[in-house]
Design a protein around this ligand. Sequence first.
Ligand SMILES: [Zn+2]
Length: 276
Amino acid sequence: MSAEQASHESHASTRLIDAYARGDTEIAADTLWALEAHLEACAPCRGRLAASVATGAPGVAALVDTVRASLEPRLDAAVPMPSRRYRPRWVSAWVTPVMAPWLAMIVAVVAVALLLDAVGSTAFGAASPELLIAPVLPLCAVAASWSRGLDPAHELTASTARAGLPLLLRRTTSVLAVVLPVLLVQGWLTGAMTVAQWLLPSLAFTATALALGSFVGVTRAAAGLVVAWGVVLAAPAWDAGRVPVLLRPDQLPVWGALLVLGIGAVIARRRAYSSL
Ligand SMILES: [Zn+2]
């Protein structure tokens, strides 16, 4: 039974459902994941699982009945908590609640760069501060959105059945949806950098961080790339007051290749993310 066979197109096999009901530890992680994703969306298969639990795992069924019997009277007596939901459900599905301060900080970084540019700082020469930070700024935001230390609910999130690559991609998308327009507006306001100069590099960096993240963790990979960018390219360029060699228009194929490589590596390593 492969992951594909448990997808929405076909129902899960009885053998797999029985094994799942028994708590079989032999089921491959990706099959398990696909099955749980399918069960979430498929009522008939949930019904078959319930039947399988009743016949194949009487111990589990008895336990569930005991818990239900002792919980039900208490639930009836419980006072419902007042609703604290102040954001729509889809927001929680795409960003963590702690993302707001981080996104605000990133917008602030852009604003400071903008300010430096506006006061006509000549410290950077031809290499404007925006251009030096733009390629790695989305990277910082992605790392923040996936950081263990910055998200109090990280353990909880990472251990859910739907964690892993889909969640990582959702968060990456939501971060890029905020950061890229900010950078676009900034480039447009200052005229200091063209979209071509930073957009492809920033996407290539983000894809590379996600790819490396499957080995060392996304936060560590992003931090490494930011440091490498700063030491190898940004600092010398700032020192010399010129645009970094790699951000010249003729280097775009290099960034394109890096982006393709990064995406390819993420796809090849997609199973590694659920264990991060
Ligand atoms: Zn089904």
